[in-house]
Write a protein that binds this ligand. Structure first.
Ligand code: ADP
Ligand code: ASP
Ligand code: MG
Length: 401
């Protein structure tokens, strides 16, 4: 008995049968005496299809119009799921992101939720209705529709669970939980019973798309325990929480991210302030820079090499080219043939030799490492994209099997 937030991703609502499957899960939760708020994503590949439609019209559509377009996907899902619930005799109502009170900052296509005005939602719950909310969307101060970035419905669900002080937040998806690697790519990956917010945040940020990284950030901030489970197979999933009981597992998972581009700026003058000039330009455009390498100075110049998300590489390149004279005017190259492969685990903090075991696994496969970055709970390497799946399997074998 309590208030439960249930989120269903795109594959879980991709067609009529899947929608009724979800409706039955929600109906059973309701019939067990709970209040239920449901968050849904767009059906199947709808968001990708909408992006492709935009590309037929414009090579550089405005972010505002992209949000106007992409937000329609979730609106289809909420209406269809609510109809299905009503067919099953459950009193239900659908609400768009803005009807549900999601206020975001201004930034189109990657907006952040600023607050949620839950008044309407609470009044619908008080009328004993299941409330079906469109994920991934909100409204900014100009009353324009914004979206939260790919995978943003997870964030909508966690934010609602926090705002409503829900008793549970369940993320239903197309796999049975969080695994030691993507189970679709590496069938021998194993399901984790539990994982900490910090580990999950790293895995999500490093490419494990099962949870959106902002959703994990929010869950940690507001102490919202998450349950990641399958919408198709009713077996226990993975609990994501502050601290886990299961100790001793050094590495919790291996993640791969192909959304990386490597930018090299050659022959930057070897004088103070150059890194500041380069990276402040990127920060002004909200571009996340990840791994940074700087060659040692020679002939009074050095090379700056760093990674950015592939999706932001073109913006990065244009802003750097426009301002080239501010940092010496050297050659700027972008390469998109790389992937980032990472291991994550709080247990590795206290173990030496983790990095060398990882590098040994790659060496045994003849895989060349281009860049390395480490933190207390993760090690990432940049390697050729064509080596990435082999690298994940080899590293997984070295640490997990
Ligand atoms: P949804 O549509 O439900 O939001 P996503 O496609 O966004 O689902 O995320 C689920 C997918 O994440 C899985 O199908 C799986 O291929 C992928 N994935 C990547 N890494 C992992 C992992 N470590 N554990 C589980 N799934 C993972
Ligand atoms: N439909 C959006 C996407 O495909 C949001 C989501 O699925 O969470 O990214
Ligand atoms: Mg998702």
């Amino acid at each position: 008995m309590g208030l439960i937030v249930q989120k269903f991703g795109g594959t879980s609502v991709k067609d009529r049968n899947r929608i009724f499957n979800v409706a039955r899960i929600v109906a059973n939760t309701r019939k067990a005496g709970n209040d239920v708020v449901v968050v849904v994503s767009a059906q199947g590949d709808t968001t990708d299809d909408l992006i492709a439609k935009a590309a037929e019209i414009s090579s550089n559509p405005s972010d505002r119009e992209m949000d106007m377009l992409l937000s329609t996907g979730e609106q289809i899902s909420i209406a269809l799921l609510t109809m299905a619930l009503q067919e099953l005799g459950i009193s239900a109502i659908s609400l768009t992101g803005w009807q549900a009170g999601f206020a975001t900052d201004r930034s189109y296509t990657k907006a952040r939720i600023k607050r949620i005005n839950t008044e309407r939602l609470e009044s619908e719950l008080a009328r004993n209705r299941v409330v079906v909310v469109a994920g991934f969307q909100g409204l900014n101060r100009s009353d324009d529709i914004t979206t939260l970035g790919r995978g943003g419905s997870d964030t909508s669900a966690v934010a609602l669970a926090a705002a409503l002080h829900a008793d549970r937040c369940q993320i239903f998806t197309d796999v049975e939980g969080v695994y030691t690697a993507d189970p679709r790519k590496l069938p021998k990956a194993t399901k984790l019973k539990e994982i900490t917010f910090d580990e999950m945040l790293e895995l999500a940020s490093l490419g494990a798309q099962v949870l959106n990284n902002r959703s994990v950030e929010l869950a940690k901030k507001y102490g919202v325990e998450l349950e990641v489970i399958s919408s198709l197979n009713p077996v226990p999933g993975t609990i994501v929480k502050e601290e886990t009981k299961v100790e001793g597992m050094l590495i919790k998972g291996v993640a791969k991210d192909e959304n990386v581009a490597v930018i090299s700026i050659m022959e930057v003058p070897d004088v103070p302030g150059m890194s500041f000039k380069v990276f402040s330009l990127l920060a002004q455009r909200n571009i996340n820079v990840d791994i940074i390498l700087q060659s040692s100075g020679r002939d009074n110049s050095k090379d700056l090499i760093f990674t950015v998300p592939l999706t932001e590489a073109q913006t990065a390149l244009s802003v750097l080219n426009e301002n080239k004279n501010r940092f010496g005017g050297g050659d700027i190259k972008v390469s998109t043939d790389y992937a980032k492969v990472s291991i994550v685990g709080a247990g590795m903090q206290s173990h030496s030799g983790v990095a060398s075991s990882m590098f040994e696994a790659l060496f045994n496969q003849g895989i060349n490492i281009h860049m390395i970055s480490t933190s207390e709970i993760k090690i990432s390497v940049i390697i050729d994209k064509t080596d990435a799946d082999r690298a994940v399997a080899a590293i997984h074998d070295a640490f997990i099997h």
